[in-house]
Design a protein around this ligand. Structure first.
Ligand SMILES: Nc1nc2c(ncn2[C@@H]2O[C@H](COP(=O)(O)OP(=O)(O)OP(=O)(O)O)[C@@H](O)[C@H]2O)c(=O)[nH]1
Length: 553
């Protein structure tokens, strides 16, 4: 009898055949892996699952991880710097050996070098280039406007710049513009105007920070279809521009010169030079922004037939200034000479801790790292696994201090004396030619229009006095990449700063101790720390601060 046919073929195999197939599959996979290795394709990295929210001591674990990450980064940075130095030394040796080569060859090489230098464009970010551009602006100007940040007018003054303007030929006039007055209490602004007026004419100014269109056509279009709500917002409003324009135009009209009045706008980086020019022109003629050192070259902008404004790069601050001044007025963070975390530490030391806690809505902190960790959480600056991004927090914090938001103010010096380069005669000379009555009424109108923060919501900042600037290209040392490290920072220490330096050393030591202790801890054991930490990851972190400026009636 014939057996009925099965519907499906059986999967049963002889062992020999099964082993043969398995062997073939193994060989095929091996081949694929080999090929991938040759191409450099590595295995997919497993995703970090992070710390689960239910885990006990999540805060401590995250903080430890962050501190470990920072230490690893620091070590990497140190290694990088060491390599750079090694390379620089090698280069030096090479140069030294070349010097011993025959004279004729050397001369030929020099000639080639000269040619190539001529061909290559100058490095626009170099301090020497910025300094030479600034000098060009001073030379080309009839009137020089020194822009000061109203939050620390004394700190933003540069004696070397003022002296240079007074000493140049052509009877140049110097005018002080107190910018960003909307970030300072009114009574403080008034006192500063009175104080500074003893030396030079002062104009109070609030630049518009929302000018966007770049062309004159766009400006016309904007006027036709203006959005009332937008234009009346605090940022878009500009005060003091009409007064300053009239002042310059009346000065230009009094001159017996047909050429237009050239007005150089100078000051430290991010003080608002470009914003001032844009506000006076009414369009975005110069690039402005929160980033420091945007302006690299001089730029002329006609604001009327008789007046021409010249934008300039920021004054180069001398490394001999106190660290707090350098943090706010030099570009050392942008140039990589100082880490942003260190800059924040220096800055925090200048302020009242309680006011910082109130302003940023954070609980008490022991050091800058702890502050930044809490600040990062408040703002929602988190990395993978919920680790607070302290670096981003530091950048934001620093931008607040130099940019357009944070309100802080400095006290006016009790005693006033003229600086060495100014005499009563020079002061009188500087006041000549200006319509001073017009200037006073213009300032009064500006002060009436601007919405000021009140004293209670403004941070009390301790000014370090005028900042030393480098005005002569010869004073600026040749820049060697990576030559200055954070540890080897060249800072002039005067007697007053000594105690500050000791404090700083203590703080660094404390921070390092916390790092070291967290690293030596045995895995699985969590140590208790009595740090008040806010664990609410509120999305409205920045909104819950009480705004003292708003009338909630
Ligand atoms: N609140 C406020 N912010 C201002 C004012 N003027 C300028 N700013 C802001 O300050 C920052 C710097 O302004 P810029 O005009 O780029 O400063 P700058 O001096 O030209 O800067 P550099 O190009 O670095 O030399 C920007 O974020 C501006 O929005 C002001 O009157 N009030």
């Amino acid at each position: 009898m014939k057996r009925p046919k099965l519907r499906k073929a059986s999967k049963r195999l002889s062992c020999a055949k099964r082993y043969k197939i398995q062997k073939k599959v193994r060989e095929h996979n091996k081949k694929l892996r080999k090929e991938a290795k040759k191409k450099g394709v590595s295995k997919r990295v497993k995703k970090d699952p992070g710390v689960p929210s239910s885990a006990p001591f999540k805060e401590e674990v995250l903080r430890e991880a962050e501190q470990r990450r920072l230490q690893i980064e620091e070590e990497k940075e140190k290694k990088r710097q060491a390599k750079k130095e090694e390379r620089a030394q090698k280069r030096k040796k090479e140069v030294a050996s070349k010097e011993t080569e025959p004279e004729a060859k050397k001369a030929r090489q020099d000639e080639n070098k000269k040619h190539s230098e001529k061909r290559t464009a100058p490095d626009k970010s170099s301090k020497r280039f910025l300094c030479s551009e600034l000098n060009k602006v001073i030379d080309a100007s009839d009137v020089v406007i020194e822009v000061l940040d109203a939050r620390d007018p004394l700190g933003y003054r540069c004696p070397q710049l003022e002296e240079a303007v007074l000493q140049r030929d052509g009877n140049k006039k110097l005018l002080l513009v107190l910018n960003k007055i909307d970030l300072v209490p009114k009574e403080n602004v008034e006192k500063w105007i009175r104080c500074l007026q003893r030396e030079f004419p002062v104009v109070a100014f609030k630049a518009s920070v929302q000018i966007q269109d770049k062309t004159v056509q766009a400006k016309k279009r904007r006027i036709v279809a203006s959005n009332e709500v937008l234009d009346r917002s605090r940022g878009a409003a500009c005060f003091g521009n009409t007064g300053l324009t009239e002042l310059l135009m009346s000065f230009a009209a009094k001159r017996q010169n047909e050429a237009s009045l050239r007005v150089g706008v100078v000051g430290f980086p991010n003080v608002g030079k470009s914003s001032l020019i844009n506000s006076m022109k009414g369009i975005l003629a110069c690039n402005a922004g929160v980033k420091r050192g945007i302006t690299k070259c001089m730029q002329e902008v006609h604001i009327s037939k008789t007046v021409k404004l010249i934008d300039s790069p920021g004054v180069v601050a001398s490394p001999s200034n106190p660290p707090a001044s350098l943090v706010l007025r030099s570009l050392q963070v942008e140039e990589g000479q100082e880490s942003v975390l260190e800059a924040v530490r220096t800055l925090l030391k200048q302020c009242d801790k309680a006011q910082i806690m109130l302003q940023y809505n954070v609980p008490d902190f022991r050091n800058s790292l702890e502050f930044l960790t809490m600040f990062a959480k408040k703002r929602g600056f988190l990395q993978k696994g919920g680790v607070p991004n302290t670096e981003q927090a530091a950048v934001t914090f620093l931008a607040d201090w130099t940019g357009a938001k944070l309100s802080y103010h400095c006290k006016i010096p009790e005693k006033h004396s003229l600086p060495a380069y100014l005499s009563d005669i020079t002061v009188a000379e500087m006041q000549k030619g200006w319509d001073l009555n017009n200037l006073t009424t213009g300032n009064e109108e500006t002060l009436k229009g601007v919405k000021f923060p009140n004293l209670a919501s403004s941070i009390n900042f301790i000014s370090k006095g005028p900042t030393v600037g480098l005005l002569s290209v010869g004073d600026i040392p040749e820049e060697r990449p990576g030559a200055v490290t954070t540890e080897g920072k060249e800072v002039c220490v005067n007697e007053n700063d000594e105690s500050e330096q000791n404090e700083e050393a203590k703080e660094i030591e404390e921070e390092q101790k916390t790092k070291a202790s967290s690293l030596t801890k045995k895995p699985g054991r969590v140590q208790f720390q009595t740090i008040p930490v806010d664990i609410s990851f509120s999305t409205a972190a920045t909104d819950d601060a009480y705004d003292f400026n708003t009338d909630f009636k």
